[in-house]
Design a protein around this ligand. Structure first.
Ligand SMILES: Cc1cc2nc3c(=O)[nH]c(=O)nc-3n(C[C@H](O)[C@H](O)[C@H](O)COP(=O)(O)O)c2cc1C
Length: 449
């Protein structure tokens, strides 16, 4: 009997995903954060569950679009506090040996030489377990810390991303794996013929190279990108090893898979080799009633100004200025004109309900509450129900890649453990998940099918 393709699982451990339920008594967030021991604990749990990687998303500025101020975000803990996770990954890697780590930096703000060197070092420290989620950033608060007042135009951000990654790749290849000889007899450290400048001169960057480091176990980190617009998908097709996709319903996900495959073929690449890890929100418990009870916690006690600050931050539009009634088309046009993403929350709402729908402010915020907390997209159920749900999506989207499980699992120990002790065995019994890590590096594990 032919074996079925197996799913890859990742944990979305970006703290902001859990900010809305930090008030719950079992949340880790308000008690221990920041605590290195907690991060180590999460790494151990994920490794026991044979996860491919733990992912850290990022946004670097404190949201300030709602009412034009940071006050609501600061008061309610929206997308802050956030630290640079690279040193924390070092700690997590010391208590594990297989699970990988995905780190996010914006090509719009960073310099490729610095980034290539940092990720090389992390790949050494983790012994080949680093993935780089390359983002453009679509948030004004991030731009304002890096010399801009407004967002850089959407297409130009992706032009820069493509050149940024080209430069990084050239730098990672600028020192051959066998360049270092460390020969005490001849006194030779490395062979200059195997260490080459890259002499890159482009529209955005001028970098001589080579990179001043020994090649890392993976050579370069696993490259990931999550752009969902046509331009974002095109950039993915150029350079990614894997894609992060937004879990947005079967039809749209299947459509994104088809578009990515077309774009990959246009780049002369084999679509079978590139998986999509779909951001997916699940809550697993022994009974469906218990899972649903846990799901209800997501929207309990969430203040509307937190929702407003979150939505405004992510769309670049101050939602506090919304009139009592408006059409989704008009709102999305203003968001796109401000250069945020055309496929964000309002775009998806318009897709779901029709662009011409008129909506009241209260209805809009109710949808916003459900989106911001993940409530709308969370599937709660028994291990069998959730395994069914994941299998259906996996098959509908080409059975390549898998899922990045997000939000409250990360913030509550028992809920995260339910994934690894209930859901993972259910998937294994169906032959849908590994029973041991196949490879030595993250790239090898992600490539296993
Ligand atoms: C799973 C997933 C993870 C993402 N992580 C981040 C992140 O950490 N930081 C960020 O600014 N954007 C993040 N994004 C947003 C994307 O990079 C991208 O901007 C978004 O999907 C809109 O697509 P577009 O840029 O092609 O319009 C993420 C998106 C998805 C689907």
């Amino acid at each position: 009997m032919a074996t079925k393709p197996r799913m890859h699982l990742a944990l979305d451990f970006s703290w902001t995903q859990v900010e809305t339920d930090w008030r719950q008594p079992t949340s880790w967030v308000n008690r221990f954060y920041p605590d290195i021991g907690l991060f180590e604990d999460v790494a151990r749990i994920c490794e026991r569950g044979l996860f491919d990687l733990i992912f850290f998303g990022d946004s670097t500025g404190i949201p300030n679009t709602w009412e034009g101020r940071i006050d609501a975000a600061v008061r309610r803990g929206v997308a802050w506090p956030r630290m640079d996770m690279s040193p924390w990954i070092t700690a997590m890697s010391r208590v594990t040996s297989h699970v990988g780590f995905g780190l996010t930096y914006a090509s719009t703000f960073m310099h490729p030489y610095y980034t290539a060197r940092l990720l090389n070092a992390l790949d050494h420290v983790t012994n080949g377990r680093i993935a780089f989620n390359v983002i453009t950033s679509q948030r004004k608060a991030d731009f304002q810390n890096y010399g801009y007042d407004e967002l850089v135009e959407h297409g130009e951000r992706y032009d820069r991303m493509e050149e940024f990654v080209d430069v990084c790749k050239k730098l990672w290849a600028s020192v051959d794996p066998d360049a270092f000889v460390w020969d005490p007899v001849s006194g030779i450290v490395a062979d200059p013929a195997k260490v080459r400048p890259i002499n890159h001169v482009g529209r955005f960057f001028k970098v001589k190279g080579p990179l001043s480091v020994p090649p890392s176990p993976q050579g370069r980190p696993v490259l990931v990108q999550a752009g969902g617009s046509p331009r974002g998908v095109r950039a993915s097709a150029r350079f990614v090893d894997h894609v992060f996709g937004a879990g947005k319903g079967l039809a749209l996900m299947a459509e994104q898979r088809v578009k990515l495959d077309e774009a990959l073929r246009a780049e002369g690449r084999d679509p079978q080799q590139v998986g999509i890890l779909w951001a997916t929100k699940v809550i697993v418990a022994e009974t469906e009633a218990e899972a649903l009870r846990l799901k209800e916690r997501l929207i309990a006690d969430v203040p509307m100004e937190a929702v407003g600050a979150w939505l405004s931050h992510n769309t670049g539009f101050d939602m506090s200025t919304l009139p009592p009634r408006f059409s989704l088309r008009a709102l999305n046009q203003r968001i796109v004109a401000a250069n945020a993403s055309p496929v964000g929350f309002v775009g998806l709402l318009a897709e779901q309900y029709g662009e011409d729908m008129e909506i009241s402010r209260d209805e809009f915020f109710r949808h916003g509450l459900h989106a911001a907390t993940g409530y709308a997209s969370t599937k709660a159920g028994t291990p069998v129900q959730i395994a069914d749900y994941l299998e259906e999506m996996f098959e509908a989207t080409g059975s390549r890649g898998g899922f990045m499980l997000g939000h409250s699992q990360a913030g509550h120990r028992a809920v995260l453990q339910n994934i690894t002790t209930m859901l993972v065995p259910a998937l294994q019994r169906r032959g849908r998940m590994r029973t041991a890590y196949e490879g030595r590096t993250l790239r090898e594990n992600l490539a296993a099918s």
